[in-house]
Design a protein around this ligand. Structure first.
Ligand code: ME8
Length: 521
């Protein structure tokens, strides 16, 4: 049975504030999913929310709500955030849903029966804020724990542990033999360094129910709930299982749907995550999967973190970027463009309002917007808005950039793909300057040459819409409407030269990215 291309994001903590870092990650995954669909693959894009844990329980109770009520309210904000980002996700997982909880419990039962877990008593320190146990290695030189852990309490409690000690050697071997498994390379090296220089501690996969009720009950011992990370990571397979994925169903011991057999999703093609949660994805998750008898994801794609004006994002200091405010003011595609164009997937990025406005004005309004506007206005003025006969003058230049963009999209080099697309924008703007259609229009003897130039310009605009669709879907659709085309530019194959039909009447011409008047000082 065929396999669908499957891309996921980290699932956000439901009690966090949606910020530019969350938005960036979701937009990158969306561009990847759309690019694959445009290239002809059947792609499935999953995002969602991480809803269990002590912090949620505490906050909900302090507000006089049940944790579920509290999560339900917050989930509305996050779902509308996803919609405002224009995400084309095929599903939205919430870890409090029965379909997810069932999968977590099935996995726990199977791994318990297979002897992967043991029970032991823990005595030591615990950070509720990070929901993690601390060791002496976590202490500062003065013996205290860093403030980032919040209040640290001493604990003495029983828990279940996942044996990790025997797992280190195969994982190192796997990462070494599969160079694309963790991308970019420096993150792969970071993980190899970690695995080679440390002995893995067994992973505590439960929390006692008398301390934490807001978690998935452990099926073989109801005195415990599941550790949030064990719960959260499973979303990547619980949703495929819910969609009838035969590979996951057999690992979970459930029956795949025979009435409506689905092409498999697992293994995921790409997990898009931020740099801070790499260890969970590159160490614990592969070990969990191997124990379940499931293949590993093909790639963990690790992005960097956004700052603003060179400083960490922080609600307390007010150093924030509110993606919704930016979208309200500048439009969704301007936001999507800036984050993908500004930051390659890997390094950290720095948001500046000046940088945003500069890219808006120069790259979107002046280069792309003006190209379409000038081309269509000239077609209106000189040819009553009717596309002339086909001419192939710019076909070789377009073909070269189309091929380059395709290769970059296939490698998820999104920033470079945008650079490549803008090289076609620049080429076409230079073509206007070089051929000077406004001069040609003055002399009827140049009518044929003017026809050629105008056809080449509208055809380049059409091809640009196709190339831009995964990044700026709304803009790409608008470009097609202005060109008078009724279909969607959502198929990469339409970037082949000659798609603009001669005799086509173009649509209404309006600026794609209006220049904002600056207040006078
Ligand atoms: O870690 N810039 O959730 P989360 C870029 N629930 N990305 C950022 C960022 C920033 N300033 N701040 C956060 C969790 N992120 C878990 C994930 S997955 C099974 C469970 C990224 O809400 C962060 O790196 O804290 C992560 O990939 C995502 O936002 C969600 O972070």
């Amino acid at each position: 049975m065929s396999k669908r291309f499957y891309v996921t994001t980290a699932i956000d903590y439901v009690n966090g504030e949606p910020h530019v870092g969350h938005a960036y990650e979701k937009v990158i995954a969306d561009v990847i999913a759309r690019a694959r669909r445009s290239l002809g693959a059947e792609a499935f894009f999953l995002t969602g929310l991480d809803e269990h844990g002590q912090k949620i329980q505490q906050t909900a109770l302090s507000k006089g709500k049940s944790p579920q009520e509290y999560c339900d309210e917050l989930a509305i904000t996050w779902k509308s955030f996803a919609a405002r980002l224009g995400l084309s996700n095929d599903d939205f997982v919430r870890t409090t849903e029965p379909r997810h909880k069932q999968a977590v419990q099935a996995i726990l039962s199977r791994l318990h029966t297979a002897g992967y877990f043991y029970k032991d008593t823990y005595r030591g320190f615990y950070s509720t804020k990070e929901e993690t146990f601390l060791t002496d290695k976590d202490r500062l030189p003065d013996g205290s724990f860093p403030a980032s852990y919040g209040e640290v309490t001493e604990l003495f409690e029983d828990n279940y542990y996942f044996k990790l000690k025997d797992q280190q050697a195969w994982l190192i071997d796997y990462i070494e033999k599969n160079p694309g498994f963790i991308s970019p390379d420096h993150r792969r090296n970071e993980m190899l360094g970690f695995l080679k220089n440390n002995t893995l501690e067994d992973l505590c996969i439960t929390r006692p129910a008398d301390r934490l009720q807001w978690g998935i009950p452990v099926p073989f011992d109801t005195n415990f709930v599941t550790y949030v990370w064990f719960d959260a990571l499973v979303n990547y397979v619980s949703i495929p299982a819910a969609h009838g994925d035969p590979v996951v169903a057999s690992a979970l011991g459930s029956q795949p749907s025979t009435s409506n057999p689905q092409p498999s999703l697992w293994p995921a093609d790409i997990h898009v995550i931020g740099k801070d949660i790499l260890k969970f994805h590159a160490v614990y998750w592969p070990i969990m999967l191997k124990a379940m008898g499931l293949p590993l994801p093909k790639q963990i794609l690790v992005h960097g973190w956004w700052q603003k004006n060179g400083e960490k994002l922080s609600k307390t200091t007010g150093n924030i970027v509110d993606p919704i405010a930016v979208i309200d003011e500048w439009g969704l595609d301007a936001f999507r463009f800036y984050v993908v164009r500004e930051l390659a997937i890997g390094p950290d990025g720095n948001w500046t309002d000046e940088g945003f406005e500069m890219r808006y004005e120069s790259e979107l309004a002046k280069k792309l917007g003006n190209l379409l506007n000038r081309s269509l206005s000239m077609l209106n003025r000189y040819r009553t808005g009717i596309t002339p006969v086909r001419s192939d003058e710019l076909a070789p230049a377009a073909a070269k950039i189309v091929a380059e963009t395709r290769a970059l999209l296939e490698q998820n080099e999104l920033q470079a793909a945008l650079q490549s697309i803008w090289s076609l924008v620049n080429h076409a703007n230079k073509y206007i300057d070089d051929t000077a259609p406004f001069k040609l229009a003055k002399d009827p003897a140049h009518a044929k040459r003017l026809d050629e130039v105008l056809y080449n310009l509208v055809e380049i605009c059409r091809i640009l819409a196709v190339l831009l669709w995964p990044f700026l879907p709304g803009t790409a659709e608008k470009m097609y409407r202005q060109l008078g085309l009724n279909n969607s530019p959502d198929q990469f194959a339409a970037s082949a030269w000659g798609g603009m039909p001669p005799g086509q009447k173009i649509g209404d011409v309006t600026p794609l990215f209006p220049i904002k008047e600056k207040p006078k000082v």
